[in-house]
Design a protein around this ligand. Structure first.
Ligand code: SAM
Length: 283
């Protein structure tokens, strides 16, 4: 039986058995695979790196979406950069938002996800609130004249087309598109194996945001322990929203989740010492 072998790291990697291959091809931008694995369900990889699996996508998509949206408390306009599988879009559309713009560089990822990973978007690509833009996220934020309450950067790792989304210039341009009380969150890798990504992002975000930090979530198929999610806002109160207040906001939306709850939301900002040491802060 054919195996998928992840190529993210040289000395260590993970393998998934390919029980059924749905799609494998080079798109305009990257090498895309979608296959079925008995344990993980359907799996998407890009350029040899695991992007998402049906088994554990709920953890990542709930934490990347509900933490910023519920911390904000009155988000009406959301911007998603990347996220071609549709999982973030699905979770964002569960909120009482008025509009969501999604900027995805690779139309083939959206098309193949719709066809072979339908449970990820669950129809969200047909939501009338969506403006889907096929473009480089960097180009979009450079020319964007709109303002968003929450920006979610659901990018690949800083290799290939995703690399530009980890630059200080991108963060500066994205800040231009963020409403004054807004918050941006970013996919920021697994700090145990990618400590430089954590350090670099912190140094770059803190040039442009009053509160630049991270929160964490454990996604089993993002190899190497829990994942760090970048947090960037000028409103330092947003990370302090209480469990009770979050519970009230969650109740207003009437949402049930499989990973997210207000206690996990608050706890996810508690960083272990080695992460604090990497970013050189006390929190
Ligand atoms: N959750 C995954 C993770 O944590 O690695 C990311 C999933 S999602 C599939 C990543 C998306 O980012 C892909 O669809 C890819 O095409 C998109 N992407 C990469 N670089 C981009 C760019 N410069 N602008 C917009 N989208 C980009």
């Amino acid at each position: 039986m054919k195996q998928f072998e992840e190529t993210l790291y040289d000395a260590v990697n993970q393998q998934f058995r390919i029980d059924k291959l749905y799609f494998e091809n080079k798109t305009e931008h990257q090498h895309l695979m979608i296959f079925h694995n008995a344990q993980l369900g359907r799996v998407m990889t890009l350029d040899g790196v695991v992007q998402t699996t049906e088994a554990d996508e709920f953890i990542y998509h709930e934490m990347m979406t509900h933490v910023p949206v519920l911390a904000h408390g009155n988000a009406k306009r959301v911007l998603i950069i990347g996220g071609g599988d549709g999982g973030i879009l699905r979770e964002a559309c569960r909120h009482n938002i008025d509009h969501v713009t999604q900027v995805e560089i690779d139309e083939a990822v959206v098309d193949m996800a719709k066809e072979y990973l339908p449970n990820h978007s669950a129809g969200a690509f047909d939501d009338p609130r969506l403006n889907l833009v096929i473009d480089d996220g960097m180009a979009f934020v450079k020319s964007c004249q709109e303002s968003f309450d929450v920006i979610i950067v659901d990018s690949t790792d800083p290799i290939g087309p995703g690399e530009v989304l980890f630059t200080e210039d991108f963060y500066a341009q994205a800040k231009r598109c963020l409403a004054p009380e807004g918050v941006m969150v970013t996919q920021n890798g697994v700090p145990f194996f990618q400590p430089d990504e954590l350090k670099n992002t912190h140094e770059r975000l803190r040039q442009h945001f009053t509160d630049a930090g991270f929160y964490c979530a454990p996604i089993p198929t993002y190899y190497g322990g829990f994942m760090s999610l970048g947090w960037a806002t000028d409103n330092c109160d947003l990370r302090q929203v209480s469990v009770d207040e979050l519970q009230g906001r969650l109740g207003q939306v009437g949402m049930t989740c499989r990973y997210y709850n207000p206690e996990i939301h608050v706890a996810s900002f508690a960083l272990p010492q080695y992460m604090r040491q990497i970013i050189g802060t006390g929190r």
